[in-house]
Design a binder for this molecule. Structure first.
Ligand SMILES: [Zn+2]
Length: 321
């Protein structure tokens, strides 16, 4: 049976502003009250249960409680997306990483009543130390690896439009990953760590070509040409089928928000689209995916990958210091 896991990184308005170095993120401006009900309604209409990766800082703020509780109440899987959403985890010590994960777990548990067992690092930031800490903390899987050839372009795009200082750019030098990340596998594999093994479910990119196929990219393509975006997604899914890849498809709140919902983020690719136009595109991509692939959560993807007949590849993390 073909299946595809669906996960949504619940990045918030402030986390985008923070990554880009925009003032005002410190008060944690939030669009969760608009985005979450819309996303939940969309998923309920299609009877989908997916995985939400939650930022601990959002869970710690009373203003977000209702929105977050609604996600848990709808029965979705809840994962950890770090506490501070800083895409420079490679600068953290192991003790700092442990605290970062622990604080997020506690905040998420107290807001949503669930202890997280899956993790995705902010800005696809993956380090050997983070993996060791995840293993020690009893995580079922990591889902941070993003073998995308276009990562450095995404970073250059963000830097070009920002007011980041030289120092801040250095801090963000691994943001979205490097060329080397594109060499990593698209299919699930196991990290061989000092403390044992940890399952990795990468964000799927197009097999062989390593080009992104998550919703934000498709929507961005669709802005220029709807038929081209459809063809691209169809080819990507065909490549998954031919290579025996069960895709893990990444979603973001911005896939469900239009220009009129959050003018402050108009710098983000695709955020110049009207809400109705964007939602129509998203609907179309979901129709294509769900026509042939059984939708599952990340935890279920991890379970099936671990229990599968196919032996998983084993990789030792080698990262620049
Ligand atoms: Zn994020």
């Amino acid at each position: 049976m073909r299946y595809a896991s669906l996960s949504l990184d619940l990045d918030n308005q402030w986390s985008y502003m923070k990554t880009r170095g925009d003032d005002g993120w410190q008060s944690h401006p939030s669009y969760l009250d608009i985005a979450v009900p819309r996303i939940l309604e969309f998923l309920a209409r299609r009877r989908l249960t997916i995985t939400f990766f939650i930022i601990g800082q959002d869970a710690a703020l009373a203003k977000n409680r209702d929105a977050l509780r609604a996600i848990a109440a709808a029965g979705h899987e809840i994962g950890n997306h770090s506490f501070r959403h800083e895409p420079w985890l490679h600068l953290y010590s192991e003790a700092e990483l442990d605290r970062e994960l622990h604080e997020a777990e506690d905040a998420i548990e107290s807001a949503m009543g669930v202890r997280t067992r899956g993790f995705r690092g902010p800005g696809f930031s993956v380090t050997a130390s983070t993996l060791e800490v995840l293993l020690r903390r009893g995580y079922q899987y990591d889902a941070t690896v993003f073998p995308n050839l276009l990562n450095p372009l995404a970073r250059a795009y963000l830097f070009a439009g920002s007011k980041l200082s030289h120092e801040e750019k250095r801090q963000r030098s691994a943001l979205f990953g490097t060329w080397k990340d594109a060499a990593r596998p698209v299919r699930p594999f196991k990290w061989q760590l000092q403390g044992g093994e940890l399952l990795e479910i990468p964000v799927t990119t197009m097999p062989w070509l390593k080009l992104p196929l998550h919703l934000s990219y498709l929507v961005y393509l669709g802005k220029f040409s709807r038929p081209a975006a459809r063809t691209y997604f169809r080819l990507a899914l065909r490549a998954c089928r031919m290579s025996g890849t069960q895709p893990s498809i990444l979603l973001h709140p911005l896939d469900f928000l239009g220009r009129e919902d959050c003018p402050a983020l108009d710098f983000f690719p695709g955020m110049d689209l009207q809400r109705a136009r964007k939602l129509a595109l998203v609907d179309e991509f979901f129709d294509m995916l769900l026509a042939r692939w059984e939708p599952i959560t990340m935890a279920e993807h991890a379970r099936r990958a671990a229990a599968g007949r196919q032996e998983l590849r084993r990789l030792t993390p080698v990262f620049p210091a």
